[in-house]
Write a protein that binds this ligand. Sequence first.
Ligand code: ZN
Length: 457
Amino acid sequence: MAQRIVIENAAIATVDARDTEYTSGHVVVADEVIESVGAGRAPEGLTDVVRRIDATGHLVTPGLVNTHHHFYQWITRGLATDHNLFDWLVALYPTWARIDEQMTYAAAQGSLAMMARGGVTTAMDHHYVFPKGSGDLSGAIIRAARETGVRFTLARGSMDRSEKDGGLPPDFAVETLDGALAATEATVNEHHDASFGAMTQVAVAPCSPFSVSTELLRQGARLARHLGVRLHTHGSETVEEEKFCHELFGMGPTDYFESTGWLGEDVWMAHCVHMNDSDIDAFARTRTGVAHCPSSNARLAAGIARVPDMLAAGVPVGLGVDGTASNESGELHTELRNALLVNRLGPHREAALDARRALRLGTYGGAQVLGRSAEIGSLEPGKLADLVLWRLDTLAHASIADPVTALVLGAAAPVTLSLVGGRAVVEDGRLLHVDEDAIARSTRDEARRLARIAAGD
Ligand SMILES: [Zn+2]
């Protein structure tokens, strides 16, 4: 018999295709899936109810989905704070190239804890720094995600174009072409789960046009399609990247990606800030997804992505915090808020995005770009029970007229409960499966150890 959790008396934003909302409604969870969602109280006569929650004063939404991150950066926050992307990368690569398994594990724990505590139920990590002899970094990251209790995609990154080949990273920070492909394939074979409700998936994710050879992009795309997994990379982030692509490849980033097999419905790309109309058309035509990272784009002075135009063209768009070396907060609520605010500074002004579209980007849009919209991203019967109860009846939010507006434009709302596949991960703002204080200490210690090693002590 199914074990049921009944949630009642909540405002509910389902983020389904019709944006159905209830001012006072119920959600019934049966084991790992949503059994029913609707107005008023839950149906009478439910059996095997293990928990009944009076959610008065709360908004229930799908769990937030983060679509772009670099966990290891948790231990290099607050450095190179006044740089553009390329200068920031060049400043930080030498430190990043010294990470080891213990540091990577601690940084992943910190990143995951921060996101889970703030209502993220599906996380991702684009990890592309694999120093020689640094241990099983992918295994350490996946272990941290399992322990935290969130659903997880590891985008197994790679870099093989160093300074000597005209790239940006130093020679000692990159892998070989063959080494990167073999390690990526092994990671997929060991960890990727394609089944409904999978907790761990793996994507093939060479880092960017300026740190990866054309051959690694080509062969990476072939490998991903051979293995049946998704493809992820950075694209069209800055004017400097655009210039780099024109100088080296004689074309802009989107044309370059198309020429290497990197547009398609199994691809999602971070940033996509510098896109002309024909680039957006190419993404829409091929159903290539975008991870919009407004805080990072502002922190690195990259520009404003044309999200309203992408959505109008039918491009799937999710949200990403990006690495916390370029977005020190590391939580997704800021991205909901900044997606709305930053896009209103663009040409569409007040028509750019509203609170409901911002919430959709952070939930269903994220599920789409991760290829999981049949499982997560909206509250509908049969989907996985990944949901959050946001408390909106305290000082910060109680006087805001509309609950979705309160969630998106108000301060970060406390999480009373978050469920991942029906299993509680956060309760009354506290992580249930990991020790937040211990993680704060270990991340501080590992950040200091990395700084010492990088300084040559
Ligand atoms: Zn990134």
